[in-house]
Each structure stands twice: as C-alpha cells, then as structure tokens.
Design a protein around this ligand. Structure first.
Ligand SMILES: [Zn+2]
Length: 358
C-alpha cells in the first residue's frame, strides 16, 4: 500500500464514493438495529485502483501497464517495448492553439509548447537546433498570431539536445532567460553529458537553475517544476494552469519519457518512483490533461485533429480527466518496473506455442 495524502485522498474518496453508491443501490434499506449489535468496523481507507501494489514479476507489471493503458493510452504503453520511437517519413505537424493559453509548436515526434501569460510567453523546450527553432517555434508562433519577441522564459525540461538544441539561439535573439534544473545544468557541464551531434544545437550557457518544487511565475501564470529523474539526473516535470473558454484545466507534463538503453535496475526503480511521486502530485493539483514533449506518447497529433473538428459544447480532446492522468503515469511506472524485471528474470527457453518452429 502507498501512503495517502491531501488531494490524493480526495481523489480516492471520490472513486470510493462512486463504488459505495453502486453498492448502496443494490442493498435493501436496513431494518431496526437490535441494541446488542456491535458498532460497525470503521470503513477501510479508500484505495486508488491505479496505485495498488503489483507482484514484482515481469508478467504482472506488463498486465498492470496494459490494464492502465486501456484502449486509449497505447502511446505511452510503447514504453513497455524495448524499442525507441521512429520518426515517420513525413514528420511535419502544423502549429496549433490547443488551449487558450497553450500552443503546440513542433513536429509529429517532438514538441515545444508555448504558454501565454499577461507578461509574455513561457516557452517549454526548443526542438533540435536553431534552424528548427527559427522555422517551427518562431515561425509557428507568428502563424498563430504571437510575437516571438515576447518570449521571456524558456524552460528546458531536460539536458538532451532534442530539447535544448534551439535554446541558446532563442535566448540570445529574444533576451529570454533559460530555466533548467540545477541537476541538469551540472549534468551538461559534467563528464556524463551526451556527445555533441552535428544535427543538434549547442549546449546552452548556464541560466537560471531550479530545484524540486520550485515555481516559475510570469505575470498571471505560475508553472510548478518537479524534479523527476532518471531520464536525466534533473528532468523537470511540469504542472501548468490551462484555460479553455470559461473552463480551467491543469496540465501534467511528464518531462522525460523514454528509457535509457543502458538502464540498470536502479535506473528503472528510480523511474518508477518518480512516476509514482509525480502521479501523486498531479492528483493533488487536480491535473486532468496529460501532456508530453514527444507527441507519440500523449497522442497530441490525433487529439489536435479532433480539436480541429470540435464544435461548441463538445469536451476538449486533451482534457481527458484526472483518472486518465493517473493511468498515464501508471503505465509509465509499470513499464519501468517491467523493464527492470526483464533484466533479472530468466528468458523462456521453450516455445510452448510451437510457432517458432515454422
Ligand atoms: Zn530526453
């Protein structure tokens, strides 16, 4: 069992209440209680079905991930497979205003997001290199009626070049301040930093460093920054306020998704613990919009197609609800456990189906 806290308990209580309502409908009204009846035992604490412990074996973790994914979260379920994302032949995507204050900029496999505030723009990630930042971020903002000169802060979710590649170019050009975790500034300056690549932009100069739980505020908007290793030592995952007409929503952006090809047992245990912790934070904040910086995980391209077709009064395709945010992070957590178990469990030596003989 995991510990209960604050809003987590509220979410769990809501789930328990709905089960209780179902149960109550099936039970006839009780008669008078005899005076000798002992007091009923206190109700057990409510259980969030997406936070229950799972037996530590590969099969059980795969089953838990698959169950949490259901029919709609296959994107993030790809984490359970030992393969990386492949870019389609046509990797282009149109920029789009997704929420009143959140704009998609990027391509089918890689996203930057712009958050508009009363005092300018907070950019989240910067794509691979200055050329992409110029064409897809600056160009995309202009196509959507925004001025790139209004970028004030650039949050880099983590120190991998597909997220920081355009950062120094944009920071220099627009006098914007770069924001990354202190752990990842140190990571980029240390010997473990990834090798430079010709198709990627330069490592940015150290800007503002943040720590777990810090907030970045610009005008009327505050974004929460949570350190969720080990995709990098200081990967930032974000909680951000979203607006859709009269409705408000809360986004939960899981900042570093793919597993390292060299991940060991400790790596996968750390990943699972970060996913569980961020799920709890997301529940406490009422997060109801799962977001990624790699669209194949949050299915942003398909959701934007739906958003294009949306008519008045229809629900927002990205606002899939607090339970979906929990399920999304549960898939990530359980796939991490599964990949960790795959390192130590013996491989099958027989093929009971006989299929491999053909
Ligand atoms: Zn990365």
């Amino acid at each position: 069992m995991r510990q209960q806290s604050g809003g987590w308990t509220m979410l769990s209580a809501a789930i328990a209440a709905s089960f209780a309502a179902i149960g109550a409908a099936q039970v006839p009204a009780p008669g008078p209680v005899p005076p000798t009846t002992p007091a009923p035992a206190p109700a057990p604490p409510p259980i969030n079905p997406w936070a229950e412990a799972v037996p530590p074996n590969l099969e059980a973790h795969i089953a838990a991930a698959t169950k949490a994914a259901g029919l709609d979260l296959w994107g993030i379920l790809q984490l359970c497979l030992p393969v990386g994302l492949e870019a389609p032949a046509d990797n282009t995507a149109s920029p789009m205003r997704v929420f009143d204050n959140l704009y998609f900029l990027g391509m089918k496999t890689l996203a930057a997001w712009a958050v508009t505030t009363s005092q300018g723009i907070i950019l989240i990630d910067t794509l691979n290199n200055p050329a992409e930042a110029e064409m897809l971020i600056e160009g995309g903002l202009r196509r959507l009626g925004l001025d790139p000169a209004r970028i004030r802060f650039i949050i880099i979710t983590h120190g991998h070049s597909d997220h920081y590649g355009g950062a120094q170019y944009l920071a220099d050009k627009h006098k914007a301040e770069l924001v990354m975790s202190n752990a990842d500034w140190a990571f980029l300056e240390g010997s473990q930093a990834p090798e430079p690549r010709p198709d990627r932009g330069p490592v940015p100069k150290r800007g503002r460093g943040v720590n777990d739980g810090d907030r970045l505020t610009l005008g009327d908007t505050s974004i929460e920054l949570h350190v969720t290793p080990p995709h990098t030592p200081g990967t930032l995952s974000l909680i951000l306020p979203l607006k859709d007409g009269a409705m408000t929503h809360v986004g939960a952006l899981w900042g570093g998704t793919a597993f390292s090809m060299n991940g060991n047992g400790e790596y996968f245990a750390t990943y699972a613990a970060s996913a569980e912790r961020f799920a709890r934070i997301a529940a406490e904040k009422g997060a109801d919009v799962p977001l990624s910086n790699h669209p194949p995980y949050d299915d942003a391209i398909a959701k934007m197609a739906k958003l294009n077709m949306r008519t008045a009064g229809q629900p927002h395709p990205f606002a899939t609800g607090p339970i979906t945010v929990q399920r999304y992070l549960r898939v990530a957590e359980q796939c991490a456990y599964a990949r960790g178990r795959a390192l130590v469990e013996p491989r099958p030596t027989q093929d009971p189906s006989g299929l491999l003989k053909n």
